[in-house]
Design a protein around this ligand. Sequence first.
Ligand code: NAD
Length: 544
Amino acid sequence: MVTTPGSIRHEWRLCLGKPRGARYPRSTCAKIGSVVATAAVVRKGDLIQVVNPATLERVRDVRVFRDDEIRGTVDLCRDAQGEWAQRSVAERIEILRKFRDAIVDHKDEIAATIVMETGKPAHEAVAVEIFYSCNMVDYYTKIAAETLRPESRSSLNPLFKTKKLEVACLPHGVVGFITPWNFPFMFTCGDIVPALLAGNGVVIKPSEITPLSGLLVERLAAELFPRDLVRVVTGYGEAGASLVGCADYVSFTGSVSTGKKVMAKAAETLTPLSLELGGKDPLIVLSDADLHRAAAATAWGALFNAGQACISVERVYVEKSVASEFTRLLVKEVEKVRQGPDEHAPIDIGSMTSARQLGIVESHVDDAVRKGAHVEIGGRRNGRYQGYFYEPTVLTGVTHDMLIMTEETFGPVIPIMAVKDREEALAMANDSRYGLSASIFTRDTRLARSMARQIRAGAVCINDCCVNYIVPELPFGGFKESGIGFRHSPGGLTKFCRQQAMLEDRIGLRREPVWFPYTEGKASLFNRLIPLLFRSGLRRKILG
Ligand code: NAD
């Protein structure tokens, strides 16, 4: 089992606060809890108080970086990056593999840190966040040499056969990562892997709710990478905005509303960026599906990480003929889900990570119930614990007039809607401003593949859900308001590069035909060349 906060064995470079292992008296915890209940985190001047959301114990204080400090950090990182970019890809690969070994060596400490600041089960910290980060190193170190190698090209046009062509991938410089709180380690550790391999430096602004995992990444990286190549700046939204203002590329993961602000800010400096935003992922169950598998998948896909995943199953559409049987099986699955703080392990789900998120979940369920939804199970806070626990919940009788079916809930709630047929299921699935992922359960996989093409989402799983995210061979990105750009796959590495084209003359004529002076002879040459080169059919090329 994973350790408690008291067993964290390192000194935080940037953290202040109560001595390690110290616990606050219950009265203080309750007070923190009530303050936090009206805000995402406790904001105290230049300090952020990090709170364990499962126990409401204050963990540590982290300082807020000022704008000038963030610019200074980016400058230091840019200096380090200059040297890093000169190193061969093979050298970078070697260091990234040592970094992966360090993650494996420190996995207990990493898991404890994640658990402490998110309230999730240690099992998920290990099996999702640590696994994913190691796998990202594994995948990208295997494809980096081939993907980043300068590529020679030969022109398809005979006129350019006299030129040597090459495309090189050059790093942007400093990549600013702005990350959310739901998977605080993998978005700071896993996501930076391709950026570093591509020769960039990275400055990370972790969520103010969960800054400790990012700081741990910085500490592990400091042992292996050139000084200042991997840096973390902590703070609120303003710190993120400062980073957008001075980074050379911005990789943003977070909500749609913040993503729009980040894009507007990046437009001021024309800084390139990618946006990985929210989702409202549908899961469709057709009447011929294996209902047991569909129910078990839905329970896991909607409830893991307490439903706080961009790819969580947030809406279920089930064909009417099997709706009541599917609901019965799903409720049975949900009844078995064990909830509590990690110290009560084995558990399946933990707490919500912030009071604000708990409030959003409550307001969505209340709105649904007020408009006629029926609570099959759950539907309220879990009062057995002091932290931000919400019971795993199944709702039926929901409609698209309810927030629970239209807005990202990001909580352990499964709303089920019975639909007439697959056409209605598709129409409902597409009736959303989001388009991150979707799932279809049916034994007719040909039909599922054809339905998948009609779903406007960046990824579709057939008889499965959510796992596509941790398979880096597949690109992951959203359609519609779920984002711009993508992570994973070879493109998830080259996005951290600018493509530089190189053209070299092979012949050395004193003068090229397109250069000055423009003579009548050259004009008539081009007039004859254009039909010859571009008209279809040999006869028409020659005879016109
Ligand atoms: P958020 O948008 O509130 O915050 C994300 C980050 O942006 C935080 O670090 C925050 O401090 C920073 N920020 C806030 N205002 C800013 C500004 N004006 N300029 C720059 N940075 C600013 O999101 P959140 O609540 O931390 O995360 C949850 C959201 O993230 C959900 O919508 C979820 O779906 C989404 N998410 C998407 C993916 C994906 O891959 N598509 C993955 C995980 C989470």
